[in-house]
Design a protein around this ligand. Structure first.
Ligand code: Q46
Ligand code: ZN
Ligand code: ZN
Length: 351
């Protein structure tokens, strides 16, 4: 097996591209695929301050590494979920990566900072763990990106993730989800811009990238993922891909090129404001944490209440819109700094 670029011995085959690569050219292939996605969907500009949501797994560490090597100013954000036998170790991988490269890693710990963990929180709220986890992570990612005045929030979603979500949405014709399944979500009041630069790389690619680049990552899956329907969709797509390489990528890229805009047009047509969310005038904010919300308390604060946790309120936070300033950014840096902040007051759940 020879590298298609230099004819040296190849270390990996990428069947969907009908190509084999040596180590150097595979690493370049990954970099090019990410750059191409960034260019094609206008994800980032060179001067953007980027926040990468890091789990300690292969995808998030790979994207952080790739962005840093491409010259982006990228900090990491790790959220400790309090999942036994998983969270402590995954945090160690994220920390080790950041330390080895002298990168800044912002850490938030659900049990320490919000008084609940995902397993007990999900049980108390009678929700599936991944649903409670998704609500928590989305809220904390948005909050950290806005408070830190980052231009963009990056996640490590890869081709397999996006194809599996698309598969699930198509199976049930969830047209609203299809309209919103984009590799870029633009910033709106109360939400940062969010991008997925790894949509052109598979899970196998990111694992190989980490191994070849010497990045240690958490190999074990989250124990709460058992029964997650997206794992089943991934398996189904993998068996199709095995028989017909390139199908997964055609499925997802074809959706983006040929169908996404149609679902989006229909969705926006039905939207009362012709926008993704309520207009600025109509937006309401969570009365506790000031995140955009359709009810008096946002989904996150309701979850925290049910889980018996507590939310620390920081005045003028997400509700202040897109112009969050540097003064606010210091509040998220460490828990100690937040506790020391004079503008921080703690509101116990249920009050
Ligand atoms: S961490 Fe959270 Fe995942 Fe674990 S509980 Fe589910 S969503 S599986 S990416
Ligand atoms: Zn080569
Ligand atoms: Zn809230």
């Amino acid at each position: 097996m020879k590298c298609v670029v230099c004819r040296e011995s190849a270390v990996i085959d990428v069947r969907r591209a009908n190509s084999n690569f040596c180590s150097d050219h595979f690493l370049r292939f990954c970099q090019e695929q990410m750059s191409r996605a960034i260019r094609e969907f206008d994800m980032l500009s060179p001067t953007d301050r980027v926040l990468v949501a890091v789990s300690g797994g292969k995808d998030s560490l790979a994207v952080w590494d790739l962005l840093q090597r491409s010259g982006y100013e990228a900090d990491g954000l790790y959220v400790g979920l309090g999942i036994d036998g998983y969270s402590d170790t995954s945090g160690d991988y994220a920390r080790a990566f950041a330390e080895s490269r002298g990168l800044k890693l912002i850490e938030i710990d659900l049990p320490t900072d919000y008084g609940y963990d995902i397993p007990t929180g999900a049980r108390a709220a009678r929700r599936a763990p991944c649903s409670a986890c998704g609500t928590s992570k989305r809220h904390l990612f948005d909050k950290a990106a806005l408070e830190g005045s980052y231009d963009v929030l990056v996640t490590g979603h890869n081709l397999d993730d996006e194809a599996a979500v698309l598969f699930g949405n198509v199976l049930r014709w969830q047209t609203e989800y299809l309209a919103r399944q984009m590799p870029v979500l633009q910033a709106r009041v109360g939400f940062p811009k969010k991008v997925k630069p790894l949509i052109r790389l598979s899970e196998r690619d990111t694992a190989a990238y980490c191994i070849l680049q010497g990045i240690d990552y958490m190999v074990e899956e989250c124990p709460m993922s058992a029964g997650n329907k997206h794992l089943g969709y991934k398996e189904a797509l993998n068996s199709i891909e095995l028989a017909s390489p390139g199908t997964k990528s055609d499925f997802y890229s074809g959706f983006l090129r040929k169908a996404s805009a149609l679902f989006r047009a229909e969705y926006l047509e039905k939207s009362p404001t012709g926008q993704d969310s309520a207009s600025v005038d109509e937006l309401t904010y969570c009365e506790r944490c000031s995140a955009p919300s359709t009810a008096s308390l946002c989904a996150f604060c309701r979850l925290v209440d049910k889980a018996g946790g507590s939310v620390r309120v920081e005045e003028g936070r997400i509700g202040s819109g897109l112009e969050d300033n540097a003064a606010q950014s210091v509040r998220i840096t460490t828990r100690a700094e937040r506790l020391a902040s004079s503008t921080t007051r703690e509101v116990e759940a249920g009050q």
